[in-house]
Write a protein that binds this ligand. Structure first.
Ligand SMILES: NC(=O)c1ccc[n+]([C@@H]2O[C@H](COP(=O)([O-])OP(=O)(O)OC[C@H]3O[C@@H](n4cnc5c(N)ncnc54)[C@H](O)[C@@H]3O)[C@@H](O)[C@H]2O)c1
Length: 432
């Protein structure tokens, strides 16, 4: 399962040979660790156009000059026409080269104005710039765009995108809504303290990493998995000081059984359980179709409805569902899986505004690309190798990358992030 090519290109002969042959040059990504938590490095703030954003109050440690910034934040919210886009070029052109390895570029844009097509054209242009720069910047660096109107609402999002926690998130456009002051956690280092988080499929793979990360952030975790995986679920739960729940999420009364197991309520619901049963559609029996649709989509709809309606998911709650780039781009042999994961996107877009208005709960999706797990280890060698390299970072992601993205969406201060589908795919070429 280990990425031997990445290790090889990390050596001097490996670098020499792969450069000569014109092969991908993945850079080892610098991910978050407790040791790295304290020193983010210089974060350079640049501006294009006339901005009204109040970024300086956020305590993000931004500077106006730096020779080798770890991150570059470009405030382009004031760009209202094509002429002012020249200021975007003028700001980035001299600075991009100096951004450190595994550094971050975050562009701030404004929502598109439906009454001003010049502003909309210029702001949409930032999206093309972001995605193109992400593809050319290299050396483990990422580029993302955040559309916002109030900087305070975007604080948790900016902290995430500027940090090593977002190592495998690139080429994304994230919309941040209105500010809600109720979200500031008492302990910024353990923002989920006092909150209960349930992770479906938490016994292994991405779900296990999500459980670990939410526990790190202070949550009491409930690790749900099928009865056959109960031992593994218990092992994970015991290690994290949480509880295990042996339950097949496709049981018609799964939502009611979760509610009964959690009489004190739930704050964070992570729909992570998922299966694949690949076959070309022409060879696919109805059972393979329906089992994937049931685990990956129908059970997500059923449990979400049950836990919202019963009030088990409390005010201020967070739901994160798991889509996939296969649901955005399609994938041969995965009509069932692609349909189920596209269905997650439909669910999120439709329900998110109502879940927030009626229950005070946000609903977002993560869409992983190629993540190194048992699921992807089972892919035949050559397809697996292609899947790993076909993204701007030229490598697969790790379960922790999806987990960190989930933790940002689950953060109490992320209440203004709703209805978003965030790809954790190293800017995969599939469906981009
Ligand atoms: N690994 C990837 O590259 C990748 C890419 C895109 C999306 N995803 C999605 O991420 C999620 C996790 O993937 P993973 O790679 O960690 O998979 P995995 O197979 O390693 O783990 C999935 C877990 O879900 C559990 N599960 C399956 N059916 C269940 C059910 N009916 N009830 C309760 N639990 C059930 C399994 O027992 C297992 O513990 C899935 O939704 C998957 O579709 C993964």
């Amino acid at each position: 399962m280990a990425d031997r090519y990445l290790s090889f290109t990390g050596t001097a002969p490996g670098r020499f040979l792969t450069r000569r042959l014109g092969l991908p040059q993945p850079a080892p990504l610098k991910r978050w660790s407790p040791e790295r938590a304290g020193s983010p490095g210089d974060r350079l703030l640049l501006t294009a156009g006339k901005s009204d954003l109040q970024l300086t109050d956020l305590g993000l440690d931004l500077t106006a000059s730096s020779e080798k910034p770890a991150a570059l934040l470009l405030d382009a919210t004031g760009v209202r026409d094509v002429e002012t886009l020249a200021e975007v070029h003028a700001a980035l052109h001299p600075a991009v080269r100096s951004v450190a390895e595994s550094g971050r570029v975050v562009v701030l844009g404004a929502p598109l104005d439906p009454t001003d097509h010049h502003q909309a054209a210029a702001q949409q242009a930032l999206e093309g710039l972001t995605r193109s720069l992400g593809k050319e910047i290299g050396r483990g660096r990422t580029v993302n765009l955040v559309r916002l109107t109030d900087a305070r609402a975007a604080e948790s999002t900016l902290r995430f995108l500027l940090s090593p926690k977002s190592a495998y998130v690139s080429g994304q456009v994230i919309e941040v809504g209105a500010y809600d002051e109720s979200g500031a956690p008492a302990d910024p280092d353990r923002p989920l303290t006092g909150r209960t988080a349930l992770i479906t499929g938490g016994a292994r793979g991405i779900g296990e990493a999500v459980a670990e990360t939410l526990a790190r952030d202070g949550a009491r975790v409930v690790v749900l998995d099928v009865p056959q995986a109960e031992q593994d679920a218990r092992r994970v739960a015991d290690r994290l000081g949480g509880i295990a729940l042996a339950l097949d999420i496709t049981a018609p009364d799964a939502g009611e059984r979760i509610a009964a197991a959690l009489p004190d309520g739930l704050d964070v619901l992570i729909h992570n359980a998922g299966i694949t049963r690949d076959r070309l559609l022409v060879n696919m029996p109805a059972e393979r179709w329906s089992s994937v649709l049931d685990v990956n989509l129908a059970s997500v709809l059923r449990t979400t409805d049950a836990l919202l309606e019963s009030g088990t998911l409390r005010q201020g709650g967070r739901i994160v569902a798991t889509a996939s780039i296969a649901g955005l781009a399609g994938n041969a042999g995965q009509t069932n899986y692609g349909a189920s994961k596209a269905g997650i996107v439909g669910l999120v877009r439709s329900l998110a505004p109502r879940a927030l208005a009626e229950h005070g709960v946000t609903l977002n999706a993560v869409a992983p690309g190629f993540i190194e797990t048992k699921m992807t280890a089972a892919i035949p060698l050559f397809i697996r190798e292609a899947g790993r390299r076909m993204n701007s970072l030229a490598q697969g992601g790790l379960p922790i990358d999806v987990a960190e993205t989930t933790a940002w969406l689950a953060h109490p201060a992320s209440g203004a992030v709703n209805g978003q589908v965030v790809r954790v795919c190293g800017q995969s070429l599939l469906g981009a």
